[in-house]
Design a protein around this ligand. Structure first.
Ligand code: GLA
Length: 388
């Protein structure tokens, strides 16, 4: 990757490479911006950025995968506005660094990513976090500050009112562990998963246009539920604080759609906690049941699934060795995640590819989700995957 960098930008004395992973969320969907619980794992799939000072005041951002890039004056980063181009992610991060009082000088960035875009495996957060590290160029930053800064970039510059999950797990991920994040306290604990099972992500290869606007709608609907709940229960500051009983008590005052959205979030938070307990007890059947309940709740109450995801889940549940399956990420396409006996995983992959291809005429991609470490500088350059 260093050679590719020098080929593009010319000689540079010190090129450093930074990596930030994508993620798969095991359970706890659309709970993060309601200050509840999520349980993601960081993946081997990651975005790599080779970086060095440009020496001419320009920030150049080039993506090998897209074979395309853009150039900016580093001095004017603070006043740039969203363009709709993919460079909004690194530029938004640069702008947040400047706002935080961290100077961003002329820099050349070469980007290579193995996180499939639009797959719900969080390619955006991987790009944001790797960009932040590359622009910092080795200057220290507190981990939580890094995650929050990248979330601000996505909210303020890109215009997506996301929660903290994706950036947080990209920073705090840990090999061999899932990470249970408390999205209010922003603390986490590592969760060891039973040895006998593994998680497999299956990419539906579709991304419906609705995903962006529907996300905004869901955020608004959750806020509307809190406003109504608060009138009766003043201690409810977010859906994290509410119970199903409280929701039932105000249901006559609630728009039925808003009530369904709130029901999903409240029950999903409980499922995260149940899943972590089941995992600790080695109760893989219980974990699987909660994943299926999560999917049904996202399908019927939160209404962020789609025909392709439902098909993948229903087909997975028919395959030998599968304990549970659900959509993962924002929804309207992207991936499902399936809990399967480790020994049955290869046969599962073959069977799900066959079934989805037959039913939809699309060949899905399958990724084994071994938990990997969070973001950092890459010291062993031989571990960087080669360009496609
Ligand atoms: C997207 C957002 C996250 C989270 C998920 C849904 O990935 O970026 O913050 O809200 O959707 O759980």
């Amino acid at each position: 990757m260093i050679a590719a960098f020098k080929q593009r930008f010319g000689p540079a004395p010190e090129v450093r490479v930074f990596r930030a992973p994508g993620r798969v969320n095991l359970i706890g969907e659309h709970t993060d911006y309601n200050l509840g619980f999520v349980l993601p794992v960081a993946l081997e799939l990651a975005t790599y950025i080779a970086a060095a000072p440009s020496g001419d005041g320009k920030l150049r951002i080039y993506s090998e995968d897209r074979a395309e890039g853009r150039e900016f004056d580093a001095a004017s980063l603070g006043s740039l506005e969203r363009s709709g181009h993919w460079t909004d992610y690194p530029v938004g991060v640069a702008q947040e660094l400047v706002r935080a009082g961290i100077a961003v000088g002329g820099t050349n960035l070469l980007i290579r990513s193995t996180v499939p875009e639009g797959s719900g495996l969080s390619s955006s957060a991987a790009l944001e976090v790797s960009s932040a590290l590359a622009l910092l160029g080795g200057r220290p930053i507190e981990k939580l500050e890094l995650a929050k800064l990248c979330q601000r970039a996505e909210r303020n510059f890109v215009g997506m009112p996301c929660g903290i999950m994706d950036q947080y797990i990209s920073v705090f991920g840990r090999a061999h562990s899932a990470v249970e994040i408390d999205c209010r306290s922003l603390g986490h604990r590592l969760v060891t998963l039973p040895e006998s099972v593994t998680f497999v992500a299956v990419n539906s290869m579709v991304k419906h246009a609705l995903s962006g606007s529907a996300y905004h709608d869901r955020v608004r609907e959750c806020a509307a539920a809190v406003t109504e709940l608060q009138k009766a229960f003043p201690t409810v500051q977010s859906l994290r604080d509410a119970t199903v009983e409280q929701l039932d008590a105000v249901s006559a005052q609630l728009d039925p759609v808003v009530a369904k959205r709130a029901r999903h979030v409240i029950t999903e938070d409980a499922r995260v906690n149940g899943f972590v307990s089941a995992s600790a007890a080695g109760d893989v059947a219980g974990m699987g049941r909660l994943m299926v309940e999560s999917h049904r709740s996202l399908q019927h109450d939160y209404e962020v699934s789609c025909a392709e995801l439902d098909l993948l889940v229903d087909a997975a549940l028919q395959i030998e060795g599968v304990h549970g399956s659900r959509m993962t990420g924002g929804g309207f396409g992207g991936c499902t995640v399936t809990l399967v006996e480790r020994s049955a995983a290869p046969a599962f992959a073959t069977a799900i590819v066959q079934e989805y291809s037959r039913a939809m005429g699309i060949t899905p991609r399958v990724y084994v989700c071994d938990p990997a470490d969070g973001a950092g500088e890459v010291k062993k350059l031989e571990t960087i995957p080669s360009a496609e």
